[in-house]
Write a protein that binds this ligand. Sequence first.
Ligand code: NDP
Ligand code: RET
Length: 314
Amino acid sequence: MIFLMDLQMMLLDVIYFILRNSVRVVLRPRTKPIDGELVLITGAGGGLGRLFAQEFTKHGADVVLWDINSSSNEQTAKLVREMGGKAHTYTVDVTNREDVYRNAELVRKDLGRDVTMLVNNAGVVAGERMLDCPDELMERTMKVNCHALFWTVKAFLPQMKAQNHGHIVTIASVLGLFSTACVEDYCASKFAAVGFHESLAHELLAEEVEGVKTTLVCPYIVDTGMFDGCKIEELELLLPPLEPQYCVEQAMNAILIDQPLVCIPRLTYLPFLSRLLPWESNVVVYRFMGSDKCMYPFIDTMRKQVSNTSIKVA
Ligand SMILES: NC(=O)C1=CN([C@@H]2O[C@H](COP(=O)(O)OP(=O)(O)OC[C@H]3O[C@@H](n4cnc5c(N)ncnc54)[C@H](OP(=O)(O)O)[C@@H]3O)[C@@H](O)[C@H]2O)C=CC1
Ligand SMILES: CC1=C(/C=C/C(C)=C/C=C/C(C)=C/C=O)C(C)(C)CCC1
């Protein structure tokens, strides 16, 4: 009897959340204030990381900027300060756990307060076909896109839990929810990032740490240069690469309403559901859309970039 009542309650809750989320698409809930929060962004010297730093600043938060590249990171800090914001820069290789733990301690000492929002944004891709790809490049992708999440969360989650206040944001990708050809390293690392993030979210909820929120951000191709060349000509009109500013604004909207998952644009929730279809049906759809070979021009572009750089270096 109790089981039946629990089952009934659970089903009602499921229906409630489906209805609530459908209504939220039209009627946006109120956003939470984040002025005074201390937001740490990894990969802050790059495309999306820099825009996140500027958006958080617009909302009154102070930002801690981590990047492996000091000069691009300083450039981001300069832009934030020109907006009247507070930015603190640290040169950190997020794949190196000792470097992560040391710098986390340094941030705490330098600023005398705890990081309350963590945006795991740093990311890389090898840009080579599986059998042409040097082992080190594949390893690097796993270390930056997945292992780094372990180290940064281990460094900053304890204080968030202690205060029952915080937010962990993972910038993953739609390629963490479904795959395509020739980005094996990237898909493996982003599927891992999605798995890590979701398991962490479940852990916090199971422990009833209600004050620490989580948001998983899964964008489609964004025009930052990272995936230069990747396109599906047949879908250029329906699904053009995203403007970086639009992508970051959509992600910010989700973060500020404590939304657990956002796919940008919304249309990319659909291929995620393709898991329900037989594998062969997916292959047919991929072929029809040309999405099976959409990385070929990207790999050519990456090869040209690498050969131009090595010519210049030599
Ligand atoms: N662009 C796209 O199409 C999409 C991107 N994403 C994800 O969004 C995130 C941001 O991507 P985007 O802005 O396009 O990429 P960028 O390459 O422009 O920026 C990534 C930043 O991360 C830094 N970085 C790389 N390795 C490390 C490291 N070991 N330690 C610290 N910082 C590091 C890079 O430094 P450096 O420049 O020196 O390498 C760079 O500043 C990534 O996680 C990416 O996977 C998701 C969906 C689509
Ligand atoms: C596979 C596939 C698609 C293409 C997706 C692509 C090409 C995504 C690229 C994403 C990138 C580059 C993310 C970076 O993090 C469609 C047309 C949506 C639907 C059919 C299945």
